[in-house]
Ligand binder design. Structure first.
Ligand code: GLC
Length: 522
């Protein structure tokens, strides 16, 4: 049996920005409920929901103050159950974001932990004495400054890989593991189909508290948060056992998936399969230079590194990184869509990318993201990629009837779901056709990958299953290039959406920025 998540296409919803239902300018679960039909219409198989737990929102939900509830901003547990029930009725799986590395500093566990050195929960977090009048190590927070914050009441420092408002849990403590396992079971029992595990490479730090070494590649133009290599703060060997504990909880239930957030070199990402993660996120398309040669080499390297039986996955963007349309431009955003949805491996789409939505400039007075506030001027701010989904041409794009928490794209009267869904040449139509083609074509979903490489700036590869053979040719340049094929066949889909069923005899002329899926005669 092929597990569902091998065939599935995952769609990430950033709940604050998908659909508001109660006129507070922030998206919520009843809003999402109304929009589930859209996801079914689009043709994705699973939705991953960024955190909706109770949270002071210092990091917009990635600072959890209760792992078994829903923040009132988003609704309540009954709303959540309705989302799961309706999603399932529509044939959509639901993947919850789970944040194991840290809690909010307002979580009752941390309140207890910081209350005294003798508190039974003291060891649930990472408390250490300072060293020569400063923090215990030189470790840096991902969000700027030292990763240690001094707590005057008890005279010790606590560790936080992110904000001071996000203290790291101590995963060496068996009580912490048990508490997190119980939280996962709470949601598994409610019917969620899996978890996306937040920032798992940070789960455990060096017990000897060794200082991180300097990053030789750092230049003053780079963010100060990158001055050190993360040698002793990420990807530590003990993470494996902790993650395998999460996997054994998940394995008590049928058909659930564990996806892990892993911002690591590819040769390290693939080790997380061995730690029990079904799909350690492969983010390497995000940073790669957008040229056929580079992408071809990346795909081949990843395919070569995958351990036996490991299923690949690909990501173009998410709530933390610049949008694909902003990175490669509108013409190549279509090529990116075809690439993502024809590669071997589970694709994860980010809401709005199917509209060709780009990064939305945010006026300094409207900045929300703590990362931008802490480390200004380095383009780290994530607000531009978290703007409200433009559903129609009305005021606030049909997202809300109140002023949204972040502004919409300025062209939302033209760039919105309602306009693009009726346009036979739009990127939304392309996404929908690609999703339909992938879902009815085993060669494109579960088929083998055959490397061809690049011909000038055209990326080419094949997908094969039983007797069926498909070739994908993606022109990553703005000039026309003719490619030759080993056989004749027909065009199954073009990014230009105007030559389906056209047949060819060994040669296909690709227009500027055109990609094609070709069905070859076998
Ligand atoms: C992950 C999330 C990001 C968050 C961080 C801290 O990287 O994707 O949004 O800020 O973890 O939880």
């Amino acid at each position: 049996m092929t597990e569902w998540w091998r065939r599935a296409v995952i769609y990430q919803v950033y709940p604050r920005s998908f659909q508001d239902s109660n006129t507070d300018g922030v998206g919520d679960l009843p809003g999402l409920l109304q929009r589930l039909e859209y996801l079914a219409w689009l043709g994705v198989d699973a939705l991953w929901l960024s955190p909706v737990y109770p949270s002071p929102m210092a990091d917009f939900g990635y600072d959890v103050s209760d792992y078994t509830g829903i923040d009132a901003l988003f609704g309540d547990l009954a709303d959540f159950d309705r989302v799961v029930a309706k999603a399932h009725a529509l044939g959509l799986k639901v993947i919850l974001d789970f944040v194991p590395n840290h809690t909010s500093d307002r979580h009752p566990w941390f309140a207890e932990s910081r209350s005294s050195r003798a508190n039974p929960k003291r060891d649930w977090y990472i408390w250490r004495d300072g060293k020569t009048g400063g923090p215990p190590t030189n470790w840096l927070s991902e969000f700027g400054g030292s990763a240690w914050t001094f707590d005057a009441a008890t005279g010790q420092y606590y560790y936080h890989a992110y904000l001071a408002a996000q203290p790291d849990l101590n995963w060496r403590n068996p009580e912490v593991r048990a508490a997190m396992h119980a939280a996962m079971r709470f949601w598994l029992d409610r019917g969620v189909d899996g978890f996306r595990l937040d920032t798992i490479e940070h789960l455990i730090e060096d017990s000897a508290l060794r200082d991180n070494p300097p990053n030789e590649n750092w230049t003053p133009a780079d963010p100060p948060t990158q001055k050190l290599r993360r040698r002793f703060t990420t990807d530590q060997p003990e993470i494996s056992e902790a993650l395998q504990g999460l996997r054994s909880v998940t394995d008590d239930y049928d058909n659930r998936v564990l996806i892990g957030e892993t911002y690591l070199p590819l040769e390290r990402v693939v080790t997380y399969y061995g730690h029990g993660i079904h799909l350690p996120f492969n983010f390497h398309l995000i940073g790669a230079a957008w040229q056929a040669k580079t992408i071809a080499a990346l795909i081949q390297r990843y395919e070569d590194l995958l351990p036996p039986g490991a299923w690949p996955n690909w990501v173009l963007g998410n709530h933390d990184r610049s949008r694909i349309a902003a990175r490669v431009g509108p013409a190549q955003a279509r090529i990116a869509a075809m690439l993502l949805l024809t590669l071997r491996g589970t694709p994860t789409m980010y809401y709005g990318d199917e509209l060709g939505l780009s990064d939305v400039p945010i006026h300094p007075e409207r900045v929300q993201d703590p990362w931008e506030k802490n480390v200004p001027g380095h383009g780290l701010g994530r607000d531009p990629v978290r703007t409200p989904m433009p559903w129609d041409g009305s005021l606030h794009g049909g997202f809300s009837s109140a002023e949204p928490w972040l502004p919409l794209n300025t062209d939302s009267t033209k760039l919105n779901v309602e306009v693009l869904r009726d346009d036979p040449a739009s990127i939304l139509t392309l996404y929908r056709k690609l999703l339909a083609l992938r879902s009815r074509t085993p060669a494109l979903s579960i088929g083998d990958y055959g490397h061809i490489g690049h011909d000038r700036n055209v990326l080419m590869f094949e997908r094969r299953h039983d007797q069926s053979l498909y070739m994908i040719a993606l022109n990553m340049s703005a000039t026309e290039i003719t490619v030759s094929l080993p056989n004749s066949g027909r065009v199954a889909l073009s990014t230009h959406l105007d030559r389906e069923t056209e047949s060819f005899v060994r040669l296909v002329a690709l227009r500027a920025d055109e990609g094609v899926v070709l069905a070859l005669n076998t």
